[in-house]
Design a protein around this ligand. Structure first.
Ligand SMILES: [Zn+2]
Length: 339
């Protein structure tokens, strides 16, 4: 019995007990970590599952009470939904996140993302309302102001778009091109002006901003008004020129227009004519008529390519003449390229 008592007091025994306790604490800590991460994962999974069938605002409230997912996680989740085009789910999550924001910076972030998602989903009016609320808190938010101009432009509320552009100008943002473009759209939609007056204003705007040239050309063509075609860079209206009557474009001094006329009617293609037009001219000489040209439009900013013309890039919303590429195609396919 004495021997056993002495062994309990042995220093080595104390060291063994100490290491055993350290080991048990480390093991429990490790196990708790695994348990917590699993719990968190299941919690998010359950949350997402609930969201799929969520139908009304009461469900959002239940979620808020039930789950303790951080606003950062909600932001990431909403962002991934928005990126994959599931805007409804993204909007729902941003709305939840907005109810639990802790500071003004978070509120600014979630309001902007919510407005942007409404915009992408096509809810222009709601998006404008969200951005107005954001600008009430942060009047110098340039990105919100820029998107607001696009929204008003799409809603055909041109005067409002111009007012927002004035605010951007005050913040040092260059908006001259945008202003001329919106003024051109405003004039086109103004029923109080005669066609002659519209033509004169569009002509003035074209001299200031080449982007308006295409609007002027389309307007003059539609209303059968005389126009000096060389006021407009042919590269920006290549597709419209291809579809135009020869009489409208025959007096041009631009190489590209001469190349188009040669490709359509035969004759000599000018030097520096685009390859596709030169080929068509040569084929025309051989009486081969099964070839024609199609067009493709590339944003000079984000390099996105689209089959139809745009002034404002559908992907990055940059307002700039796209690069128009010629495509040599079979004549029977021509009907698919409607301009
Ligand atoms: Zn773009």
């Amino acid at each position: 019995m004495d021997t056993l008592f002495l062994e309990y007091r042995d220093p080595i025994f104390g060291i063994i007990i100490f290491f055993a306790i350290v080991f048990i604490i480390a093991f429990l800590n490790y196990w708790w970590g695994i348990f917590k991460s699993k719990e968190e994962r299941y919690s998010i999974e359950r949350f997402m599952k609930r969201f799929e069938v969520m139908a009304d605002a009461d469900e959002y409230k239940k979620l808020l009470d039930e789950f303790s997912i951080s606003s950062e996680s909600l932001g990431l989740l909403a962002h991934s939904y928005s990126k994959s085009g599931e805007y409804e789910k993204a909007i729902g999550i941003y709305l939840i996140a907005l109810k639990r924001v802790r500071n003004k910076d978070e509120k600014q972030y979630f309001l902007f993302e919510l407005g942007k998602t409404y915009f992408k989903a096509g809810f222009l009016r709601r998006s404008a309302d969200i951005f107005m609320e954001l600008l009430r808190l942060y009047p110098r938010h340039k990105e919100a102001l820029k998107l607001l101009t696009v929204i008003y432009e799409q809603l055909k509320e041109y005067q409002r778009a111009l007012e927002v552009m004035d605010s951007l100008e005050e913040l040092g943002v260059e908006v001259e091109s945008e202003k001329s473009f919106v003024k051109a759209l405003q004039v086109l939609n103004d029923n109080s002006k005669t066609n002659q007056k519209k033509y004169e204003i569009l002509l003035d705007l074209t001299k200031k901003e080449p982007l308006v040239g295409r609007i002027l050309f389309a307007f003059a063509k539609k209303e059968a008004l005389r126009l000096d075609i060389d006021l407009i860079d042919a590269n920006n209206i290549l597709d419209l020129l291809w579809e135009s009557d020869d009489a409208l474009i025959k007096n041009s001094s631009q190489t590209l227009i001469k190349a188009i006329l040669a490709a359509k009617n035969g004759g000599e293609a000018p030097q520096d004519a685009p390859f596709e037009l030169e080929m068509l001219t040569m084929l025309k000489k051989q009486n081969y008529t099964k070839a024609t040209v199609g067009f493709e439009y590339t944003c000079t900013c984000c390099k996105g390519t689209f089959p139809v013309h745009f002034y404002r890039c559908p992907s990055c919303y940059t307002l700039k003449n796209p690069h128009i590429s010629l495509l040599l195609i079979k004549n029977e396919h021509e009907k698919y390229y409607a301009f």
